[in-house]
Each structure stands twice: as C-alpha cells, then as structure tokens.
Design a protein around this ligand. Sequence first.
Ligand SMILES: [Zn+2]
Ligand SMILES: [Zn+2]
Length: 416
Amino acid sequence: MHDVLPADQPWWDRVSRVVRDLADFYNFGRIETPILESAALFERGVGQDTDMVSKEMYFVKTKGGDVLALRPENTASVVRAYLEHHLSRVSQPQRLWYQGLFFRHENPQAGRFRQFSQVGFEIIGGANDPIYDAQIVMVFSRLLEELKIRNTVLKVNSIGCRVCRPLYKRQLQAHYKRYEKKICADCVYRLKTNPLRLLDCKDEACKGIKEKAPNFFDKLCVTCSNHLKTVLEYLDELAVSYALDNQLVRGIDYYSRTVFEFFVEGPGSEVGALPGGGRYDYLVETLGGRMTPAVGGACGIERLIHVMKAQEVKLPQKNQKKVFLIHVGEQAKKKSLRIIESLRSAGIPVVESLGRESLKAQLKMADREGAELALIFGQREIFEENIIVRNLKNSLQETVALDKLVEEIKRRLRNS
Ligand SMILES: [Zn+2]
Ligand SMILES: [Zn+2]
C-alpha cells in the first residue's frame, strides 16, 4: 500500500479531471458503492476459482459472523447496486462511472499496489448492441489520448457465449491433456478449474503448447462472430486502431464475447495492461436479476500515472498568478490575517510565510513560489493604513491604501 504525497497530487488531479470531463461528455452518471461488500458477492460474480477471489482478496470477519471482503474490483458491486436500487426500471441502458479504492493482495510491481485506485465505465441494460462495446473501448481510448499517453496498443478478442464457449473449452482441455506432464503446475490446476486461463500462462514450459492451441475465432458461433465483426466495424468508424488477439482472456469469470486491453510499448510498458474490460451479459443473472446485457471496463490510476511519468508527459501548467504577503513585525503579522482574508474573499490567491520573521527569508519564499506581486506590510503601513505593492518581475513598488487594495491587486493581475 502506498502514500500519495503533495508533490504527486497534480498527477492525480489531472487524471481525475480528464475522467470527469469524459464521463460528463459521454453522459455517464457517477456511482459510488461501499469499499466493503459481502465476500459472497465476489465469489459468485467474479468467480471462486479466479486468482482475484481465491488468492488476492482481503477478508474481514465481523463479530456477528459475516464475512466481508475489501472490494477487489467494482463491476460486481455496480451490478449489485443496479439490482438493489431497481435501476433496470429507469431509462436503459444505464451509463455509470466510478472512481475509488480497491484491494488485491498481489505482489507489488511497477505501478501496482495492494491498495489501488481505479476508474471504470459501465453500460448496463438495453439491447445487446455491439455499439456499446465500441463506446466503452472508445472512452478508454480517449482517456489515454487526453492524458497524452503514446504508443498504445489495443488488443481485442471474443471469448464467446454460453453456446460456443463450452465447446471451445473442451477442445482446449483436450489439447492440453496431451501435454499434461509438460505444463506448469498452475496450468495443471487451470486445466481442471478454468481452462480459458491456460491461454494466460506466461511460463516458458507452456509457451509452445499455447501456440498450438485451437483458435477461438474458428469456434465462435455465428451470433458471436457477427457481434465481434460489428464491434470491429464500429471501432474502424471511430478510427480506433486495434489488434485482434485470440489468446486474450481476462482473469474474471463474468466476461462473455468482447474482451479488450490496452497496453503501451516502450517506456512504461512494465506496468502491463492499462484499461481493460469486456462484455458481461450473464453477470446480472448470476447475481439474481434477469438476463441483462452489459459491457464495461476499468483502469488503474497508479498505472496511468506511472506510464505518464515514464513517457515524460508534461502536465498542463496552472497559470494562476499569486500574491505573496510579507509582514514586518509582530503587529503587522496580526493585522496581516485580515488582509489575507479580504483577498481570499475576492478570489485572489495569496501565499504567506507568517511563521518566518526576516524580510529576506520572506522575499526568498515569494520568489520560490513564483509570486507575481509581493505585498509588504510593516509598522509604518499599519499607522498610515496602506501597504507596499511590489512587482517582483521588475522590482517597482508603490504604496496603496488598504481600502483600495483588493481593487488594485485585481487590476494588476489582469494586466500583467
Ligand atoms: Zn457464441
Ligand atoms: Zn502454464
């Protein structure tokens, strides 16, 4: 788990702002669900045999004997909320987005932490229309674009439906059975519990066997194959480039048909997948609702920031002109408090260093802060009810009456 220090906040602000603007533009409404949910929700929704649930989940046992989990992901929670609040009775599809904290007990790596932040977009309900798959992919594509992340690669695959996937799974199992003695221990387990995940193995021993595995594209039923084709046509229309990858499977049980992941090449690539997601037409039903088409995706914010830094992305400069208030003497220090508040009420950004006494030290601070103007307030100014306004760029200064100060500063900041 990690701390986010003040120096890093501009990166977080940038990501949050871009996400919020995209959500507004594409008409997604924000949803917030609790960090703690019943563990059973993820066991049913995400799948008991997935790494996320079987190895990475944090459990909390209550005195009353409930077993809760720190949420490892949000789609199951969003669907739970969709059902609990009868969102199927309002306009369909529901376009929802979220940003929040998630928890997975995995090995920390570049851009990955056990407590992490994710943003996600979901389209739930309505028709089972490939346009929604394309729109979800597009939102994430725009997100990367807006954040100035370069060298991105989008991989797309279809993992079929209830009709064609079991057939493919059996063929995959039959293929791997022949090599049962050669494959890694994880794959021996996957072969029994979660055969699609065999295609996810990075072990050298399994590489050759994976390459010869049957191709899912050949096994898709007509409906799934047409669905994929239409998604790709829409992506072409949106000018979002992609690569088909028939071995892309995601480590979660609820996906069907479209799955996608974005990666970067070159600097930053060590974080692995950036946004990823897919269609989950069976999840609402699994969690007790009626069969409801849905599609969505999520992205870790720490990973985005890691890549932005690795690619040396420049954040947009905040061009806010500041005023620095310098006090000389105890009396002036006390009276400065009111001056600061009057400037704040007028919307003028003020920086001060009231804890420092020396004039020199304060001027140095003003310089370091990049302030436009320094206001110098001392014993004489208290008596005369005025203040010295110094332009820090050219060191010209003049005295301004205190009751004209706000007006004068506003004028100067406008004109500088
Ligand atoms: Zn199918
Ligand atoms: Zn393996």
